[in-house]
Design a protein around this ligand. Sequence first.
Ligand SMILES: [Zn+2]
Ligand SMILES: [Zn+2]
Ligand SMILES: [Zn+2]
Ligand SMILES: [Zn+2]
Length: 138
Amino acid sequence: MILSVYDAMHDEGDKMATYKQPCSKCGELIDRDVRSCPKCSTKTPFGYQCPVCLKPIDRGYTSCPGCGRKLMTTCPKCNGQTFVGNDTCDACGKTLMVLCQNKKNCGKHQFFENKKCTLCGKPIKNASEQIKKQMKEE
Ligand SMILES: [Zn+2]
Ligand SMILES: [Zn+2]
Ligand SMILES: [Zn+2]
Ligand SMILES: [Zn+2]
């Protein structure tokens, strides 16, 4: 049995010092690591971010100004092209996030292509297995 990505998302407790920033859409002060605004529920309250280096990115860019990674990638679920600033595939709408397996201390969502967790720095080893599991469940 495995928690769906969405269940896990709602279970995330906030033990860390909170660093709040206004939502770019509605102005509500929200935690920097949330994935959607609790007030207006936009998925990109801080604009788009590179999933690897967390620098701000935009849909017009071809590569990240911070780490140079390409900003379009192939969805492992539908093989469509998708923008890496989104949590979900542009083509099929399925999630592209996996959980950092360092569950006790982290357990945060990470982009499936990330080699290392952007929060705890631990390697992410089983992203493709997680994606396969998600595909069975979806
Ligand atoms: Zn908002
Ligand atoms: Zn980057
Ligand atoms: Zn897709
Ligand atoms: Zn982590």
